[in-house]
Design a protein around this ligand. Structure first.
Ligand code: KIV
Ligand code: ZN
Length: 508
């Protein structure tokens, strides 16, 4: 246990806090199921007081996910703490995570409180949290810009008040690795009761150092690292889970530590998060980028063919990327399909397997070769299809050309009511979107729209991504089809449905 580094995943809280990442409850639950299979130690499911939708997601995850600890974030405020507890009280392993800023800049300018007031508030918050829940994490927000003596004091007192985990965030990603590790060393040397608790770090990536700062702190006894899938999060993001885990795994010789993570779920989970949040993973991203295991240079390829260890420090299979590139097609049977899904990390019950096999057959009819990327795309549609969308697409027709005004007719179904409308537009996509606006009454701003091919070949599936803005909030929808107009229609409708769902929460 002493050598274990606990992985605290905050994809669903800090990760989801970044602009445009809004996920609904079903999507969050799906991600949580993958995090559970991956065996993360803690899932921070959200910030319940922040919105009714967030409360609902945290509660749903707490009630359904049994393996990891389920943490709920709250400010060091009575109402927040009660709300966090309400959301997680039925979790098998609940944790209240309360925080308050400790840096002079935050205390003076944001909280307008003296250090004494902050200390008192932190201690009362931990005591209150402890009266509900045995497991209480205290975070000293902006710890890396705090006065170390004050930090030692507030940590000592919050441990006395009952904290079981102390988290040191580099909230604004300001620290340098040696400096951050120095802060941890100082805490270890000056806080007499620090060994009674789990010591955690939480680093942001504003200077690109979140992973380096987290790893560097291991040498001074940190035993929990907070991170997110694909490194998503506020501004430049958080420390990336896959980089932390694979560094500890690949360089056991150096760190002399381990995690409990089942690394074969890294790739499928990264894909799922990217697809559901709409955040594309940069091709050269360490571990999960499209090029992370691609060898282009001839000299490298020659080496790899002789022995993979010449240029590969990790095996692609370790992170769940299959080794061989066997392609499926319309003659592939259920077993081949199931095997390939298992290689990709999808372990489905019979019902989901049947549904996805039907979808696979439809796809294989349209497309000669079905690649892994197609399957991952198909799975993310099948896995989240239970989400109750307010509007469902029945059909669309478009008349277009370079000498006529593009016109679209769209038929949607809303709670058994069939609604048809038509509209013109600057192009076929615009016409479809206008027709959907007429039916749903949505008045949104289209802030981003693009289509990309998921795989190779003329018959490749297209993935359309649409971002809309409504009242300062953005919603991302994705749609996949071998027909780009259909992919665009699905994506736009998805974004509108997400917005309507969110607004229905606000109205409650
Ligand atoms: O970055 C930060 O300081 C946080 C805390 C709430 C842990 O996210
Ligand atoms: Zn953070």
């Amino acid at each position: 246990m002493k050598d274990k580094i606990q992985i605290f995943d905050t994809t669903l809280r800090d990760g989801e806090q970044c602009p445009g990442a809004s996920l609904n409850t079903q999507e969050k639950l799906e991600i949580a199921r993958y995090l559970e299979k991956m065996k993360v130690d803690v899932i921070e499911a959200g910030f319940p007081i922040s919105s009714p939708g967030d409360f609902d997601s945290v509660e749903t995850i707490a009630n359904n996910i049994k393996g990891p600890i389920i943490a709920a974030l709250c400010r060091a405020v009575e109402q927040d703490i009660k709300c966090a507890w309400d959301a997680i009280k039925f979790a098998r392993k609940p944790r209240i995570h309360t925080f308050i800023a400790t840096s002079p800049i935050h205390m003076e300018l944001k909280l307008e409180k003296t250090p004494q007031e902050v200390l008192k508030q932190a201690v009362s918050a931990v005591r209150l949290a402890k009266s509900y829940c045995h497991d209480v994490e205290f975070s000293a927000e902006d710890a890396s810009r705090s006065n170390p003596e004050f930090l030692y004091h507030i940590i000592t007192e919050t441990i006395r008040a009952g904290a079981t985990v102390i988290n040191i965030p580099d909230t604004v990603g300001y620290s340098q690795p040696e400096e951050f590790a120095g802060l941890i060393k100082g805490i270890k040397e000056n806080v007499t009761n620090i060994d009674e608790v789990v010591m955690s770090v939480h680093c942001h990536n504003d200077l690109g150092l979140a992973v380096a700062n987290s790893l560097e702190s291991i040498k001074y006894g940190v035993n929990q690292i907070e991170c997110t899938i694909n490194g998503i999060g506020e501004r430049a993001g958080n420390a990336s889970l896959e980089e932390i885990v694979m560094a500890i795994y690949t360089r056991k010789d150096f760190y002399q530590k381990y995690t409990d993570i089942d690394t074969s779920y890294i790739y499928p989970t990264s894909k799922l998060v990217s697809r559901l949040t709409g955040f594309v993973v940069q091709p050269n991203k360490a571990i999960v980028g499209k090029n992370a295991f691609a060898h282009e240079a001839g000299i490298h390829q020659a080496g790899i063919l002789k022995d993979a260890s010449t240029y590969e420090i990790m095996k692609p299979q370790t992170i769940g990327l299959e080794g061989n590139q066997l392609v499926l097609g319309k003659h592939s049977g259920r077993n081949a399909f199931k095997n390939r899904l298992e290689q990709l990390g999808y372990d489905l019950d019979q019902d989901k397997l049947n549904k996805s096999f039907e979808q696979f057959k439809i796809l294989a009819d349209k497309k000669k070769e079905v690649f892994s990327e197609d399957l991952v795309a198909l799975m993310s549609e099948v896995l989240v299809e239970d989400i109750a969308d307010l509007y469902e697409l029945k059909y669309f027709h478009v008349t277009t050309g370079n000498s006529i005004l593009p016109t679209a007719t769209v038929e949607l179904v809303k709670e058994n009511e069939v609604i048809v409308d038509a509209a013109c537009g600057d192009g076929p996509v615009d016409a479809i979107f206008n027709a959907i606006d007429r039916i749903t009454g949505a008045r949104v701003k289209l802030s981003d729209y693009y289509i990309k091919a998921l795989t190779r070949g003329k018959d490749a599936q297209g993935e359309a991504v649409v971002e809309i803005k409504d009242n300062g909030c953005s919603y991302i929808g994705k749609g996949i089809s071998t027909d780009t107009l259909e992919a665009s229609t699905k994506a736009y409708l998805k974004a509108i449905n997400k917005m309507l769902l969110q607004n229905s929460y606000k109205d409650k």
